[in-house]
Write a protein that binds this ligand. Sequence first.
Ligand SMILES: *Cc1c(COP(=O)(O)O)cnc(C)c1O
Length: 464
Amino acid sequence: MTDPRRHLPGVDRVLASTAFAALLAEHPRQRILHHLRSALDHAREDLARGTDGPPPRIGDLAREVEKALALDRIPSLRPVINATGVVLHTNLGRAPIAPAARSAMARAARGYGNLEFDLERGSRGSRYVHCVQLLRELTGAAAALVVNNAAGALVLGMNTLAAGKEVAVSRGELVEIGGGFRIPEILVRSGVRLREVGSTNRTRIADYEAAFDTGDVAALLKVHRSNFRIEGFTEEAGVAELAKLADRLGVHFFHDLGTGLMMDPAALGLPGEPRVADTLANGAHVVGFSGDKLLGGPQAGILVGRKEPIANMRQNPLCRSLRVDKVTLAGLEATLRLYRDPGRALREIPALRMIASSPEELLGRARRLAAALEARGVEARVSPGSSLVGGGTCPGVTLDTFVVEPTTGARSASAVARRLRRGEPSVLAPVEKDRLGLDLRTVEPQEENLLVERLVRACLPDID
Ligand SMILES: *Cc1c(COP(=O)(O)O)cnc(C)c1O
């Protein structure tokens, strides 16, 4: 008997076939060749393993290659409907961008711009002038600098202010911010020496002061507890106290705030969350925060504060490695501009609007979505639930909401969740106690029809 592998058609014969002529008319030859070779490899392996069945015919190969070509078209990074109720979902890209900022980003991406060009003088300018005026106006800072992200801002700040010297930090703030980003390790990589003060649960101003008796402390660092809480027998030195101490001893005071709240926290139902402006008013020399947390803009690291330290950070060669791109700057500028009218910021910045959505409004939306599902044959009930601000911010804060719980029929809730996740567009929906619970807080109203379509397809047994 001859080796069945010999019955596989050769590449040249396959490519010359009419079935492949149609594919060649529409797709790059290189991609077709790539997929055809792997289809033939698989067939050869199957035949070698003695799998039953005849070798694939040219028509089978064409279908397989066509499927692979279709997969080629799916981008790796794609949109997801976020029905988790976690507003600043780090794994889903944190803050969705405001329409005005999206337009500005598209405009900046489309062509050339005055990123580093002074149009008045007709000579080279600096990318670090953009957003500065707005940031000063909105926070009361004397100076501002925008870099790639807040972790980078901290590295740049520490390296500029205290390279080769000590930085005093409370033991209660030597935390992991997320994704393996640990304050002690970052400080060491920034070229400064860590001087731990106080204890995990209690650090007093006297603990910082004592650090000056020995060593050479060049800066005080306060890290905002943005992603965890310490409860019970606790004490921490406040920003105002630390500022006074830093000024008296003539050292820098950097506050890594992270969250970057610009709005009145009461308007968002987040009492106790410090605003950037308040932190500066309390005396922090430099404050570092993210562009894509409670500010609700694109990913960026923002430094605001006194003139001299910020100017030194701008001069630091590390600044070049952390530099922000034009699309981000355009989006950030447009987002900041919205804050000139706080009412407009609240209406138009998606993260703020989502956080501020009232339970009554969410109940209405949940009921309408449930009714739309029922009309399509998917039973659904509405139950109270809780949403999170997310993004490693506002620990312990939950926002009251209502979730839509569709009946998943013969399929388990997690099987339906998997179908939702893997479909197009992808939908992320939490499962708890074998029930799906969709929180519309993080779903844009214009996504709701699409969400109904996806749910119907994923829940009903006779579709797909
Ligand atoms: C989130 C956070 C950071 C890191 O911000 P990125 O913009 O994600 O780099 C740093 N410090 C604090 C306190 C944070 O909350």
